[in-house]
Ligand binder design. Structure first.
Ligand code: SF4
Ligand code: SF4
Length: 409
């Protein structure tokens, strides 16, 4: 799931203009259109760019039960959620996804399974089809077995091709997600040709954004500006050739933009995540932020979490902003960017996202781009996402790789 997938679907309703002590105030009410259910952090793959929290190992023992998930789906639907993403980790490691899909259909969600393909069998895909699953998004990594297996630290190349064919055979639209990084950016044309050959209707080329494991591996994964520009050129050329039969999204990486994105379409505006252990978050990485208490579905009502919890209200709107964002003429476009990125790179969640060229911390982004080209830094080994490394990060054993990023995970 990325910002591109969220598209333009911001729905923000101004409920009424109220008189308050004689001062007119616009009271804006939001609703969560998207519910992302991160049903487990367990995963058989070990991707170097995984956006899951680096301390995910803490959250693998206390997953929500099927009944708790079903209740969360019902409660989010009451709040207005329409789109359901079933994600992970690898969601198919749970054997109750069929039940979740059936409930989602009953409730009227448009449901999307976001999977690596590992664990998708004929029996399960049939059950998903019968249960009313609308959409399956499959991750692909490269056209070569070597890079696919290297970056995921698994042998999954052949399996992914088989799963793609199975998805097509069962009448699902072919939706591929390819995370782009230094190791596959040079193969973009061939990746798009492969997508075409697989009959893909949608391809999301998601340039790596640097959170979680990809932040730890930033210098090892980041391509050069020239490579990004070339990738965009190839994408545009392919788009023209493919016409309407294949929709291609190219998600421009933050680090090579002058302005940040309006992260999650605005904090607590349209997007709600329930994590494997029940935490309710406005964005995937929010738990990195200090002094925040996120609600949990095990002990609080989802409606309260969305509407009233201090965590969801903290960065809604722009009252929290510091300069230069506060008086910036562009603030409605990006709401100052990403709070997590600001915190991870500067140690202060309330400053402008350093991606912005107006930010006094923009040099941190420029330095990261330079570091990624430094052969000594870039040659450090990749820290693959796995339980052992997660435990090491929790224990502080990889501090030399993480201490420059404030309070990572
Ligand atoms: S990015 Fe890779 S390791 Fe992370 S959840 Fe997805 S498939 Fe698993
Ligand atoms: S200064 Fe802040 S509000 Fe203005 S463009 Fe940059 S990040 Fe956005």
């Amino acid at each position: 799931m990325t910002q591109a997938s969220l598209g333009e679907s911001v729905v923000q309703k101004t409920v009424h203009a109220a008189q308050n002590n004689g001062v007119a105030a616009n009271i804006t009410q939001t609703q969560p259109l998207w519910l992302l259910a991160e049903v487990t952090y367990r995963c058989p793959l070990h991707c170097a760019f995984c956006y899951n929290p680096t301390d995910y190992d803490k959250h693998t023992q206390n997953e929500l039960t099927t009944e708790q998930w079903i209740q969360a789906l019902r409660d989010a639907r009451k709040l207005g959620a329409l789109q359901l993403g079933i994600s992970g980790g690898e969601p198919l490691l749970r054997d109750d996804i069929e039940d979740i899909v059936i409930e989602a259909k009953k409730l009227g969600y448009y449901s999307n399974l976001i999977t690596s393909g590992v664990g998708l069998t004929e029996k399960r895909i049939k059950a998903f089809k019968e249960g009313g699953l609308d959409h399956i998004q499959l991750s692909m990594h490269d056209i070569t077995e070597e890079i696919n297996n290297f970056i995921t630290n698994t042998k999954t190349f052949e399996l992914k091709k088989k799963v793609a064919a199975m998805i097509k055979d069962h009448g699902y639209p072919m939706v591929l997600n390819v995370v782009i990084h230094r190791y596959n950016i040079g193969h973009l044309k061939e990746i798009l040709e492969m997508a075409d050959a697989l009959g893909a209707e949608y391809v999301e080329l998601a340039n790596t954004q640097y959170y979680g494991w990809s932040l730890v591996n930033r210098s090892q994964l980041m391509p050069t500006r020239e490579q990004i520009e070339e990738a965009e050129r190839i994408t545009n050329e392919f788009r023209e050739k493919a016409g309407s039969k294949m929709k291609i999204f190219f998600v421009v990486p933050d680090y090579f933009s002058d302005r940040p994105k309006k992260c999650m379409n605005g904090w607590g505006e349209v997007f709600m995540i329930v994590t494997a252990n029940g935490d309710v978050l406005p964005c995937h990485s929010a738990r990195v932020l200090p002094n925040m208490q996120f609600p949990n579905v095990k002990d609080t009502d989802l409606g309260w979490s969305w509407k009233e919890s201090p965590a969801f209200n903290k960065y809604r709107g722009d009252d929290w902003m510091k300069e230069p964002c506060r008086s910036c003429s562009e603030k409605a476009n990006d709401l100052g960017g990403c709070r997590c990125q600001s915190f991870l790179l500067t140690g202060d969640a309330e400053v402008a996202d350093p991606v912005c060229t107006k930010s006094p911390h923009h040099h941190l982004i420029e330095q990261a781009i330079i570091d990624a080209q430094n052969p000594v830094i870039a040659a450090q080994p990749i820290v693959f996402r796995n339980d052992k490394n997660s435990k090491k990060i929790i224990a502080g054993e990889l501090n030399e790789r993480t201490e420059q990023f404030h309070a990572l995970p």
